[in-house]
Design a protein around this ligand. Structure first.
Ligand code: FE
Length: 195
């Protein structure tokens, strides 16, 4: 047996080595991390998607445009998506259809619109099981769908991102866009909750 096998350095040491290598080549690591953190905490928030949903509920023409070309429609609300998120496909729930999204490969979401993925979204358990046992997994997550509601599961890819358009709760018809937006959660736009 070879004695040369070494276990990898701890994560901290590897991160430090990568940072050093980047800095030596003129890449501003500290500034980039700060910029990314600001984007993640202040810009990539589910309130963006909530605005989109509230607009769709109150403006039929906008909803049509959103369903036809999500990326172009959210730009009307000054919401940007990274260049590589080439398509935003908006999935409309109905009283008899429930959409749920997953990234079976890793953790992709339309994060600039619905916010960064929750930890459970990245878990192997969710990624594997929501595809095959969607009804059971949703029930375990607190969403017990009636048997007449069909479930469609959508697997995100690098360039096609999804968001679920929840059904507007009937008692909220006539509410203002701002009031409606407050109802819309990240979970409802992933499809593990209904409103
Ligand atoms: Fe992914």
């Amino acid at each position: 047996m070879s004695e040369r096998h070494q276990s990898p350095a701890p994560v901290k040491a590897r991160v430090a080595a990568i940072e050093q290598a980047l800095e030596e080549r003129g890449f501003p690591v500290a500034e980039s991390i700060k910029e990314f953190t600001t984007l993640a905490e202040e810009k990539w928030i589910p309130e963006n998607g909530a605005r989109v949903v509230a607009r769709a509920w109150t403006d039929q023409a906008f909803k049509q445009r959103l369903l036809e070309n999500g990326r172009a429609a959210v730009a009307e609300l000054d919401l940007a998506m990274p260049v590589h998120h080439r398509h935003l496909v908006v999935l409309e729930n109905t009283p008899t259809l429930h959409n749920v999204i997953v990234c079976t490969q890793c953790s992709c979401t339309a994060f600039s619109i619905i916010g960064l993925p929750p930890d459970w979204y990245k878990d192997f358990e969710y990624r594997a099981r929501v595809v095959r046992q969607s009804r059971t997994v949703l029930r375990e997550m607190g969403l017990d769908l009636a048997p007449h509601i069909d479930i469609k599961v959508w697997d995100t890819t690098a360039d096609t991102r999804y968001m679920v358009l929840p059904v507007q709760p009937p008692h909220t018809v006539g509410w203002s866009e701002q009031e409606l937006a407050k109802l819309v959660s990240k979970e409802s736009m992933i499809g593990v909750a209904r409103l």
